[in-house]
Design a protein around this ligand. Structure first.
Ligand code: PLP
Length: 451
């Protein structure tokens, strides 16, 4: 039986639900990534690392909502904290004191953060951070790495996935809109640099320096394949940004989990602003951006939110959002970040290391090439490529087999992202990792000869 036929046989209720729900939700899923062919599975519940779908199948979930659940599903401490909080309100008209605890906790841990603001999502954190950089520098353009993912606003939905034939020379990538409907004028204002290529990136930044407000980088390309930056690359970008007066933003929405102070602590390179999300909300929606006090001071205009600043006469910078700083996200965030101390992170990273090594060993003799990238507790499986150092290396990926691996793993009870991303959580056991390595090996054998 083919991998797809076996999947159809295991998931008839999900198939039926997909056909019905697609009548009211385009493609049958609110998140496009969750609408894969032939049909998605719909999850009903989760506890620890295990989730159950509509057909009653159980899975070890190594995706953990795209790395947002470092303690797994339904952690008892988070569940208790949320229940307590619900009893006294979920979101309130004015700020609550709880925000201070999460802000202090993050400012104490993340080297670049003197002051911090919370947002509703990672996307908003990036949007506000870039606006802050533009207000500070009075410039209009931003630079980002090819393959960098920073949420879904127009200015960063540029050159995210490999767009063969469209994206120009590897050393001078063109800005390619990621989807239909992206504002052309914004495309011109987003400059793309090649990740991990110091000389070319520096040259591009220099060429556009008079209009560049910010360079935003993930210290490890996350959605773009879990490709760690070279330390020298980040250090060089720090120097060039200093020289050109460009605000350096590290997007640590995914990488905050690799050290108590995030990737910037791991690499020893400190940005001007850091964006955060995912784990900071402990499974509830959140984002945050923080940085140097003089930059963050722009968010304290004299005269409050009056439209014009008393000093400059120009418009003030303010930030809002009906659900921003809501009590549930803050409570879950405090609980999660307190539990995720240095010892827990060391343990998580050791599990991640073990998983990458175990999978690499398990696939050594299989007929289909597979490379494991990642850092700390994060990983990505790449089918059809032998080496991944730059984003362009991903052009060698065998997309059909990558998708089949995803489906074959579902058949064997393991969840990763369709494009191979995954992570471990504090509740991942050595047995879970052994199970996963075996499942990858067997799945590669399942898909051999099917494409
Ligand atoms: N930045 C990075 C590095 C991300 O990985 C993501 C989400 O995956 C975002 C920003 C956007 O965060 P959100 O999905 O909370 O809007």
């Amino acid at each position: 039986m083919t991998v797809i036929a076996a999947y159809e046989q295991r998931t008839p209720r999900s198939r039926k639900h997909f056909e019905e729900v697609a009548q009211v939700i385009p493609a049958g899923a609110t998140r496009s990534l969750n609408a894969w062919p032939p049909h998605p599975v719909y999850l009903e519940s989760g506890a620890g690392m295990v989730v159950t779908d509509l057909d009653g199948n159980t899975y070890h979930d190594f995706l953990a909502n795209y790395t947002a659940l470092p303690l797994g599903y339904a952690d008892p401490d988070i569940t208790r904290a949320l229940a307590e909080q619900v009893a006294s309100g979920t979101v309130h008209s004015f700020s609550r004191t709880g925000e201070r605890e999460l802000a202090e906790l993050l400012a104490a841990r993340v080297p670049s953060v003197d002051k911090i603001r919370f947002t509703g999502s990672g996307t908003e954190a990036v949007m506000f951070a870039l606006r802050l950089a533009k207000a500070y520098t009075r410039r209009t353009a931003v630079a980002k790495a090819e393959g960098g993912y920073h949420g879904t606003t127009d200015e960063v939905m540029i050159s995210v996935r490999p767009a063969a034939n469209l994206a120009g020379d590897a050393h001078a990538p063109r800005s390619v809109p990621e989807m239909a409907g992206i504002d052309e004028s914004r495309v011109r204002e987003t400059i793309v640099v090649p990740f991990n290529d110091i000389e070319s990136s520096a040259a591009i930044l220099r060429a556009h320096s008079d209009r560049l407000a910010a360079l935003i980088l993930e210290p490890v390309l996350g959605v773009g394949g879990m490709i760690p930056a070279d330390r020298e690359y980040l250090a060089a970008m720090r120097e060039v940004c200093d020289e050109l007066g460009i605000v350096l933003v590290f997007d640590e929405v995914i990488t905050l989990r690799i050290a108590p102070g995030g990737a910037q602590e791991h690499y020893g390179v400190v940005p001007d602003i850091t964006t955060m999300g995912k784990i900071v909300g402990g499974g509830m929606p959140i984002g945050a951006y923080g940085g140097r006090a003089d930059l963050m001071a722009l968010l304290e205009p004299r005269g409050g939110t009056d439209v014009y600043d008393a000093r400059s006469g120009g418009p003030v910078l303010y930030q809002g959002g009906t659900f921003t700083g809501n009590a549930l996200s803050i409570r879950a965030g405090i609980t999660t970040m307190s539990k995720l101390d240095a010892a827990a992170i060391t343990d998580l990273n050791a599990k991640g290391e073990l998983l990458r090594r175990s999978v690499t060993e398990a696939v050594a003799g299989t007929p289909v090439a597979l490379t494991v990238t990642g850092i700390g507790s994060l990983f990505n499986l790449h089918v059809g490529v032998k080496k991944v150092h730059t984003f362009r290396d991903l052009r060698g990926i065998d997309a059909a087999r990558q998708h089949q691996l995803f489906i074959a793993l579902l058949n064997r009870g393991a969840i990763i992202a369709p494009r191979g991303m995954g992570c471990v959580s504090t509740c991942t056991t050595t047995e879970d990792i052994e199970f996963f390595a075996r499942a990858v090996n067997e799945s590669l054998i399942d898909i051999t000869g099917e494409c």
